[in-house]
Design a protein around this ligand. Structure first.
Ligand code: 13P
Ligand code: SF4
Length: 369
């Protein structure tokens, strides 16, 4: 490891003083910096963030809303993104040159986004083009690297989020005969099935063995699903649904579409974090709900709706570990680095990648309300 690399690792590591500081002190220092910086600081928080972080968020939202807000915000000089790495990259791509995007902890990645890299994607694309020619449009879930978004934009495709996946897949199939859907096979499968495409017309692309897994006739193939998944949402099972229905007769099961096909099919409803929140808000008092999504959000929904009986679909569920990396010490560290004029954990996507990644994101944002 070079000296430069060693120094950058050191700069990415939380200084000792924040590990021993009391919660009360961190809370008051964060508030003080927020008051001082005013509108020049913007703090978006994804719904899966911890309560200790969400209390300071200027806006909370799902991936789509946070992407839209980042694009709209031209006032803030500093965007301290409380979410995971791909979301901060998206904010950087959509914000202007002068704006500075910071991720309080660089270890806040996404295991799903890590399941597809640009080299695997280019290799897959070349193999698929050989078989299918120019009949494929690439779509990527926003939970992916900036390089993959850029690749998709360059090849005529777009990004999708769980809020608009249906409209985006529908649009993509009007452009080309088939789509390559990265990197979440479950969101891709659940969405395409919802649009009436049978499972027999879907295949898996395995990026490790570099092969198409499909038993049907190649002419019938319409959806090529990248073999990736969310390690949080894959933990909800059919057994969880059977158990909760037995324990809570009349319960409504609602899950995120990153859950497996079987789980989504066995549930009563599915949708993005936004849809889950709105559905519970609009549900009559006294109704019972089992929610299949990340635990920080489920616990928050439980707290805000004491008039409803709400449980996690999986009673042994943990929060998303990478989302949880953002905590009070890291948030304070990031904010104090701004005050000291020594920015840490800067997220900067290079110009060339930004150009086409923005194209892919804008194709989506122009179609989303
Ligand atoms: P949404 O916020 O789009 O529902 O996505 C959930 C998610 O997994 C974010 O990482
Ligand atoms: Fe990634 Fe899943 Fe965590 Fe979302 S919940 S950040 S998809 S690992």
């Amino acid at each position: 490891m070079s000296l430069l690399e060693r120094l950058s690792v050191k700069r990415n590591t939380l200084p000792e003083k924040y590990m021993t500081m009391s919660e009360q002190e961190m809370v008051s220092r964060i508030q003080e910096i927020k008051d001082t910086l005013g509108e020049s600081l913007y703090l978006p928080g994804h719904h899966y963030q911890k309560d200790e972080v969400i209390q300071f968020a200027d806006d909370t939202g799902d991936s789509l809303k946070l992407a839209q807000l980042s694009a709209a915000n031209t006032k803030a000089k500093y965007i301290v993104f409380c979410g995971v790495h791909f979301m901060a990259e998206t904010a950087d791509i959509l914000s202007n040159e002068e704006q500075i995007v910071i991720l309080p902890d660089m270890r806040a990645g996404c295991s799903m986004a890590d399941m597809a890299d640009i080299y695997q994607t280019e290799r897959a694309w070349n193999s698929l083009q050989e078989v299918f020619g120019d009949t494929i449009l690439p779509l990527t879930y926003v939970n992916s690297t900036a390089s993959i978004k850029s690749f998709v934009g360059k090849n005529g495709g777009a990004t999708v989020t769980s809020s608009n996946a249906k409209a985006m897949v529908e649009w993509a199939l009007q452009q080309k005969e088939r789509i390559l859907f990265l990197p979440d096979q479950h969101l891709g499968r659940n969405t395409a099935y919802d649009l009436g495409i049978p499972l027999e017309e879907m295949a898996i692309w395995d990026p490790i063995s570099n092969e198409l897994v499909y038993e049907g006739n190649l002419d019938d193939l319409r959806i090529i699903l990248w073999k990736g998944h969310c390690s949080v949402h894959e933990k909800f099972t059919i057994k969880n649904i059977e158990d909760v229905r037995a324990e809570m007769p009349g319960v409504n099961v609602i899950v995120h579409p990153e859950c497996t096909f079987d789980v989504v099919q066995a549930s009563d409803l599915n949708g993005s974090t936004k849809k889950i929140i709105e559905t519970i808000e609009q549900a009559p008092s006294g109704t019972s709900w089992a929610i299949g999504t990340e635990m920080n959000l489920v616990n928050r929904i439980i707290k805000t709706h004491p008039d409803k009986r709400i449980v996690s679909l999986n009673p042994n569920m943990c929060p998303c570990l990478t989302m949880n990396r953002i905590d009070l010490p890291h948030l304070l560290w990031a904010l104090e680095s701004i005050m000291e004029g020594e920015i840490i954990n800067l997220i900067k996507v290079d110009e060339e990648t930004t150009h086409f990644a923005k194209t892919a994101l804008e194709r989506m944002l122009n179609k989303s309300i």
